[in-house]
Ligand binder design. Structure first.
Ligand code: FAD
Length: 250
């Protein structure tokens, strides 16, 4: 892919470093399953720079695709992506990935995310709502700062409905940071919530399937915690957004 084939039609900035980007493919884009990703990128110095990003909107055979992206300081693509104005042209690949749900699985679904790792779960939740599925959903979303907890406006009201089948636990890992002043919700990393505060999630391990997405450290720690709580390893599905850097040789 070396010619732009999509347009940035809207951006919604959550913080200086986290934004939702609406990207419209030229023509009729392919359909995708909630949880899949596509490569997004641009051409810099005559060469394409592409990275994978999860779609946060369900099946979109036409219209814009929503991405939820963190700017990584010094990152090759995201630093440049932050310079693209609305109307700017982008590269957009085909949907890929197996981090998808079984629509017929009626067990409780536990979604654990850090930061922009909430994106595939938003697509899955929107799809469940649209399809009228009744399975229980528990969402644990961790971030350093409260203002980085994207999609709270979607998730909080869902969980607050009387008799809701949705449990939503947003949590911040730096409660002492002045940026988090006024936060009255849970504190601690996402893996601590599923590890140390498992009982509060009110899930039966024998009847739960788990999906983990985002920071590779969280994914590994939460997977270990869930298996220790009795969830079968085959029922823990993971998507890590980057590779943990190897420890320097001793
Ligand atoms: C399947 C998949 C789906 C993804 N979906 C999303 C998504 O929906 N939203 C999103 O924001 N990102 C997502 N990512 C991460 C994304 O592909 C890029 O890795 C990220 O945006 C950094 O790209 P870059 O070119 O700016 O940085 P690079 O120059 O490629 O990377 C610099 C270094 O930063 C580290 N890094 C990468 N991402 C992060 C991060 N978020 N926080 C801290 N360090 C990081 C890595 O160690 C990397 O080597 C996904 C990754 C995968 C594999």
């Amino acid at each position: 892919m070396d010619a732009p084939n999509a347009t940035l039609v809207e951006r919604r900035d959550l913080t200086a470093d986290v934004a939702s980007l609406l990207v419209e493919p030229d023509g009729r884009g392919p359909a995708f399953a909630p949880g899949q990703y596509a490569t997004l990128g641009l051409i810099a110095d005559g060469r394409p720079i592409l990275r994978p990003y999860s779609m946060a909107a369900p099946h979109a055979g036409s219209g814009a695709w929503e991405f939820h992206v963190r700017r990584v300081r010094g990152g090759a693509l995201t630093e440049r992506l932050w310079e693209v104005p609305v109307g700017g042209r982008l590269l957009l690949g085909r949907p890929r990935g197996r981090f998808v749900l079984d629509p017929a699985d009626e067990r409780a679904h536990l979604f654990v995310a850090t930061g922009t790792g909430i994106a595939p779960f938003v697509a899955m939740i929107r799809d469940d709502l649209a399809a009228g599925r009744r399975r229980r959903l528990a969402i644990v979303h961790g971030a350093a700062h409260a203002d980085e907890l994207g999609f709270r406006d979607l998730l909080r009201p869902l969980a607050a409905r009387p008799g809701s089948r949705v449990r939503y636990v947003p949590s911040i890992s730096r409660p002492a940071d002045p940026r988090n002043a006024g936060w009255s919700g849970a504190t601690g990393r996402a893996e601590q919530i599923v590890g140390e505060r498992w009982a509060a999630l009110d899930l039966d391990p024998a009847d739960t399937v788990a999906y983990l997405c985002g920071n590779p450290g969280m994914v590994a720690a939460a997977e270990g915690a869930l298996v220790a709580h009795g969830i079968a390893r085959a029922d823990v599905h993971t998507e890590s957004y980057w590779l943990e850097r190897a420890a320097p040789a001793a």
